[in-house]
Design a protein around this ligand. Structure first.
Ligand SMILES: [Zn+2]
Ligand SMILES: [Zn+2]
Length: 97
């Protein structure tokens, strides 16, 4: 099983808001499950520890930001921009020489 989260940069097609996020709503680690959430107060994607049971449905949990305590929801780029609801597009990593 591959436990490594692949992080990519996504950018909103409407407002240009950019985030580095995983395409999956959670990451399964040896220590448990990390849910990927958007915190409007911290204004960024945050990881929230969702417990040790990796068979739980993280989208149904009541999660809160571990930094500021604000209730947060699981977020993936295909849910759209957390700022304006616009479509997110993956930013290709192009290295110019
Ligand atoms: Zn946007
Ligand atoms: Zn927060």
């Amino acid at each position: 099983m591959n436990n490594m989260a692949v992080l990519r940069e996504f950018k909103c097609k409407q407002c240009g808001y950019a985030v580095v996020a995983s395409t999956t709503p959670y990451t399964v680690l040896l220590s448990g499950v990390d849910a990927q959430c958007y915190c409007g107060k911290c204004d960024k994607i945050v990881k929230v520890t969702a417990g040790e049971n990796y068979q739980i449905d993280v989208t149904r949990l009541n999660l809160s930001c571990e930094t500021c305590g604000t209730p947060v929801k699981v977020w993936t780029p295909d849910m759209g921009c957390p700022k304006c609801g616009g479509g997110m597009k993956m930013v290709e990593s192009i290295i110019h020489f």
